[in-house]
Write a protein that binds this ligand. Structure first.
Ligand code: B4P
Length: 187
């Protein structure tokens, strides 16, 4: 399976990617997780990414695209992958196409987890109490949702137009959402 996982911040992309990776036996590649690991390690990439993440903005495309290109070239991605949080704008989607063309493979499915902004805001504020992520404060969440609506939401039409889009309701128990996703991908 070669898939991208779309949806607003807090829809459950990271949560579900961790489960789908076990079900489908392909690595989950989360751009957010890679950025956070670099921030924690104080690498030059982390230093660059941190200011954008803390402001709720997308990290610049040239940085993100180069990172994904390198990750997709690793051995474990040869048989398939689940991209969590990438692409996040039409430019990244076009760049992903060119990366896959270079690798001689194609995307099988674009899975969108849907959830309304009130629900995702509540989830992220709850996570803030537990994990204290710097980008889970109310003003930054508002900014992330704005960026999502402007930059990422157009990808729904982009992938629907290519017959690759599958939409799954992200509301309800985490297990229920996982089963919906597995059923939708198997269709
Ligand atoms: P991400 O790490 O992708 O963060 P996210 O969109 O907020 O989703 P996340 O995966 O963490 O949350 P989830 O929905 O699983 O991005 C963070 C930042 O990195 C971006 O703002 C940007 O700056 C940068 N970035 C990442 N990718 C980029 C790219 N391609 N280009 C440029 N910049 C990029 O879960 C949220 C919470 O909801 C969790 O606490 C979870 O437990 C809970 N939850 C999940 N499912 C639930 C359910 N069914 N019911 C109740 N709670 C649920």
């Amino acid at each position: 399976m070669r898939a991208v996982l779309l949806g607003p911040p807090g829809a459950g992309k990271g949560t579900q990617a961790a489960r789908l990776t076990e079900r489908f036996g392909v690595p989950a590649i989360s751009t957010g997780d890679i950025f956070r690991a670099n921030v924690k390690g104080g690498t030059p990439l982390g230093v660059k990414a941190q200011e954008y993440m803390n402001a709720g903005q997308l990290v610049p495309d040239e940085v993100t695209n180069a990172m994904v290109r390198a990750r997709l070239a690793e051995d474990d991605a040869a048989a398939g992958f689940l991209l969590d949080g990438y692409p996040r704008n039409p430019e990244q989607a076009v760049e992903l196409d060119s990366m896959l063309a270079e690798l001689g493979v194609e995307l099988d499915v674009a899975i969108e987890i849907t959830a309304d902004f009130d629900e995702v805001t509540q989830r992220l504020l709850k996570r803030a109490e537990i994990e204290g992520r710097a980008d889970d404060t109310e003003p930054v969440i508002r900014k992330r949702l704005e960026v999502y609506a402007t930059s990422t939401a157009p990808l729904t039409a982009f992938y629907a137009g290519r017959g690759l889009l599958v939409q799954v309701d992200g509301l309800g128990e985490i297990d229920e959402v996982t089963e919906r996703l597995v059923a939708a991908v198997a269709r």
